[in-house]
Design a protein around this ligand. Structure first.
Ligand code: NAD
Length: 445
């Protein structure tokens, strides 16, 4: 298959896994998993420590490949590796206790491995996201068949090499399938115990449907349409800056980017003015340059973003910044603010996955809550005000997996990650997240 560097247009040919080889890869993972289960949890925790060290040692290789394959600026790619290591280190510190048999009424619960699981990942965090599943799967004693995105295949190949090296004698427990949708479908059709999928909601639904026919488990981390709600009193400049940055990061290609802003009408104009200042100052360029934004991942994604902006224009939206692709080589789109927004616009209903931010006035807390919840998605949200009791009260009513106050972010290692509604099923990163990769078995004495 061909991969196109989104910043330069350079093409690379990458060898796909033959589709007919997938059953063999699954069998190899099964054999590797049998060997892995004979190791103690403590030995598998040593694997986590070696993995974290290896990622640090090969950090510059990872960072450079992330930039070449999906266009992320080097500074952000470096943070991606750091965050992945922090999560692995946290897991290594807690896995032994979380996997130890637990007394309960009637006996003890054991946390047995499931067998072989599939990890299917997107391209927007090509190291961090598979590294949310694979270390948990392996420390719990499972084999893994990993399918990275066709838009970041070499990141997937490098990550697999690092994991297999650190697994040493147990390396066969980790296998990779290189390819696109067809490869994903074929993998999902295999007799696997769990499919840990991160990606779009539509693909997540098709995976859940396929898994249901064989009564297999799914762990689904899907799309979002996150709202940032700005209420009085608030530090307007700080909120405007952080909200624009939480949309622009990774060129808007983040599942929990701010994708809609709802602002108290009394401060709407001042907020828009402050946001405009931040948006128009954002720099854009090649991933190796020290810029705020790189390119979008592909020309297909660029065309999608353009179609959302065209739709907003047609429905009466006013574009305050950006709004046109850059006339240079590569898939570059500038940061774009939209006002005069209405809820029929695609920007307010679907996930655009680009650096485009619609801002809408609201008249009350109830108005904000109703509009924020008026979506099939429920990933994260944020509330911005120095009235913390008001923020808490609004946060309670939002139907999402995470609400941040005066920030828009996921929680630190050890906090739960996952969405409500059509943003996902299950949670990652916590004790419960690790136990998603196990079979809870009650043994009565
Ligand atoms: P995608 O759903 O198109 O693809 C994700 C992966 O699934 C890729 O590896 C792809 O090859 C594979 N795939 C595609 N069709 C398949 C099928 N029918 N069966 C099996 N596998 C299939 O998503 P994407 O464009 O790569 O990523 C962007 C999406 O991911 C956005 O919606 C974003 O919000 C979401 N995302 C969610 C999280 C989260 O933690 N909730 C994190 C990152 C991205």
């Amino acid at each position: 298959m061909e991969h196109i560097n989104p910043a330069t247009g350079d093409r690379t040919i990458i060898e796909e896994s033959p589709l007919e080889e997938i059953p063999t890869l699954v069998r190899r993972a099964e054999e590797g998993q049998r060997a892995l289960t004979s190791t103690a949890t403590r030995e598998r925790i040593r694997f986590l420590r070696r993995l974290s060290d290896a990622l640090d040692q090969r950090r510059s290789e990872c960072v450079s490949l992330i930039g070449k394959e999906m266009g992320k600026p080097a500074k952000l790619a470096d943070i991606e590796i750091t965050r992945a290591r922090e999560e692995i280190d946290f897991l290594a510190d807690h896995a032994e206790g979380w996997l130890a048999p637990e007394p309960c009424p009637g006996g003890k619960v054991h946390f047995d491995p499931l067998g072989v699981i599939a990890v299917i990942s997107p391209w927007n965090f090509p190291f961090l996201l598979p590294l949310r599943s694979i270390p948990s799967a392996i420390v719990a004693g499972n084999g893994v068949v990993f399918k990275p995105s066709e838009l970041s295949p070499r990141c997937g190949i490098l990550l697999t090499e690092i994991i297999r090296d650190t697994l040493g004698a147990n390396r066969e427990a980790m296998q990779i399938v290189v390819g696109g949708k067809l490869h994903g479908e074929r993998l999902v059709s295999m007799d696997l115990e769990l499919i840990a999928f991160t990606g779009s909601t539509n693909v997540g639904k098709s995976i859940a449907a396929a898994a249901a026919t064989r009564m297999k488990r799914c762990l689904l981390e899907l799309g979002g349409l996150d709202a940032a709600i700005v209420l009085r009193p608030v530090d307007l400049h700080s909120a405007a800056r952080e909200i624009v940055l939480a949309n622009a990061r990774n060129s808007g290609q983040v599942c929990n980017a701010v994708k809609r802003v709802l602002v108290d009408r009394e401060i709407f104009d001042a907020f828009v003015e402050a946001a405009q200042e931040v948006s128009s100052a954002l720099t854009i360029g090649d991933p190796s340059e020290d810029r705020d934004m790189g390119p979008l991942v592909s020309d297909t994604q660029l065309a999608r973003v353009e179609s959302f902006v065209a739709d907003a224009r047609e429905r009466g939206g006013r574009i305050l910044t950006g709004g046109e692709r850059l006339s240079r080589n590569g898939s570059f789109y500038p940061h774009t603010l939209v006002v005069d927004v209405n809820r029929d616009m695609r920007l307010m209903r679907e996930e655009c996955f680009g650096p485009v931010l619609p801002i809408m006035p609201i008249d009350s807390d109830e108005d904000a809550i109703r509009i924020a919840n008026d979506t099939r998605f429920g990933l994260t949200a944020s509330v911005w005000t120095s009235d913390l009791a008001r923020a808490e009260s609004v946060a309670q009513k939002l139907k999402v997996g995470v609400v941040s106050v005066n920030a828009h972010k996921a929680g630190p290692p050890g906090s739960p990650w996952g969405g409500a509604k059509e943003s996902g099923l299950g949670r990652m990163k916590t004790r419960e997240g690790l136990r998603e990769f196990t079979n809870l078995k009650l043994v009565t004495p």
